[in-house]
Ligand binder design. Structure first.
Ligand code: ZN
Length: 364
């Protein structure tokens, strides 16, 4: 297949912080979608790119959402330009996830060409996935109730896997306040926030439960003034990941418990932050969706669980059965060696076309 159009998309820098570039990327896609009969709803944002919802005409039957993101992790000048060799295409977003959007678009075009119309299949492209969807997650959650199922277009697994589960992730900041004192003259008057932080670090790390897939990482620790002062303050930045809701709740309540009982008398701890993206768990409706898709394709789809998060977490937490990984296979995402396998495009486009064909305007 020909990658000219996708190359054009890749050549537009759409780092999350580059609003103009993200909007330009969205505009190119909007033109393509409008040619297929789609209406564009622009959710305008001031400091980040606009989120775009493309809506098709509706008829009775189930409604499907295709979900993706316009942004990439690469600031201007850091990793730019499209190139290709026999087997691979290279560039920012070739697999994460302009390549995935291109798979979805190509499938919609195939249906439009055959039927003259696409209905009941909408596409939402958000602008801030790579920074945690802190803004778009509210939009995604609000729109969720309109849909019966969702396909997400992050990159496929090595063997064409789709993703059925992703860990949830939370980020918490702990601010410890003690009392400064001269380390020689007034040692006993001080309240050492650094010492309390050290105890806290160990206790937080101990919340990790690898058997359950729960990890707690104190990724950053700061505190104190200098060697001769009892430290009056310290800060911990903590990330935790979890595979189920009870584990999420265990970690959250444990953090609160630890924060309310510092190991050093006179030190106080405040907590901010929380769950950034909820867990994407396998569910019965998701399993039914997978089986339905396998029946359409006539063969089983390999599946996998991933540690990393995507907007599939958000839409799943909002109650919509979702499968992720419908983009092409690629690797090196978030690095300068990001690449996508050429042959996986035609394979995924064919699969997605058949799936969408089945959903397009069909009643139960
Ligand atoms: Zn992505």
């Amino acid at each position: 297949m020909d990658f000219k159009e996708l190359a054009g998309l890749i050549e537009i820098n759409s780092h999350t912080a580059n609003k103009a570039g993200v909007d330009e990327t969205g505009q190119v896609i909007a033109c393509w979608m409008q040619a297929l009969g789609y209406k564009t709803d622009r959710h305008v944002r001031e400091t980040i790119g606009d989120h775009l919802l493309f809506s098709s005409p509706k008829c009775p039957g189930r409604k499907l959402l295709l979900l993706g993101h316009l942004d990439t992790v690469f600031p201007k000048g850091e990793f730019e330009h499209f190139r290709e060799d026999e087997q691979w295409i290279y560039g920012p977003g070739v697999c994460d996830m302009k390549g995935g959007i291109y798979v979805a678009l190509s499938a919609l075009r195939a249906i439009h060409k055959e039927q003259g119309v696409v209905h009941n299949i909408d596409m939402l492209l958000v602008s801030d996935e790579e920074t945690g969807s802190d803004d778009s997650k509210f939009l995604t959650t609000t729109l969720a109730e309109q849909y019966d199922a969702c396909l997400v277009f992050e990159a496929a697994g090595k063997n064409n896997e789709v993703v059925t589960a992703r860990k949830g992730v939370g980020t918490v900041y702990l601010e410890l306040t003690g009392k400064a004192a001269h380390a020689g003259n007034q040692y006993l008057q001080g309240r050492n926030a650094n010492l309390a932080a050290a105890h806290l670090l160990i206790a937080l790390t101990a919340l990790t439960d690898l058997d359950k897939g729960t990890t707690v990482n104190v990724g950053k620790i700061t505190g104190g003034i200098g060697a001769n002062t009892i430290s009056p303050n310290a800060q911990l930045a903590v990330e935790f990941r979890f595979t189920c809701v009870p584990e999420r709740d265990r970690v959250l309540s444990s953090i609160d418990r630890l924060a309310s009982s510092p190991a050093v008398d006179g030190v106080t701890i405040t907590v901010s932050g929380g769950v950034q993206r909820d867990v994407m768990e396998s569910s019965q409706p998701q399993q039914a969706l997978l089986e339905e898709i396998e029946a359409i394709l006539g063969y089983p789809l390999p599946t996998e669980h991933r540690g990393g998060v995507s907007d599939a977490n958000t839409i799943t937490a909002a109650g919509v059965p979702a499968l992720d990984g419908f983009g092409p296979f690629g690797d090196g995402d978030h690095t300068h060696s990001e690449r996508a396998c050429k042959t996986s495009f035609s394979q995924r486009i064919d699969q997605v076309t058949r799936i969408l064909h089945h959903f397009c305007g069909r009643s139960e």
